[in-house]
Write a new protein. Sequence first.
Length: 118
Amino acid sequence: QVQLVESGGGLEQAGGSLRLSCAASGIIFSINPANWYRQGPGKQRELVASIASMPSGSSRNYADSVKGRFTISRDNAKNTVYLQMNSLKPEDTGVYYCNVRDPFTTYWGQGTQVTVSS
């Protein structure tokens, strides 16, 4: 059974930083692509950052709105994916979800709330 558990969300002031973690069990992050999504108040869920599997080169991609501020990374030994968020803005507020895809299924975590105050 695959389980993704996000943590690290909270309340932060604009300009501050947070690091989100997504720990996986039942699936190996290093051989599957992983993503961070977010859903702001009244908005659709959007892709924030992605990291390809190691066999695919571990390339990273970011939404234009977070380029230069957010960094996605992976610790293979801990089977955990991170999202380092710097220079936070109020518009970064939302529930952040991690997601991982194997050849058959997409799995989602329960989400962690990030609130950025101005």
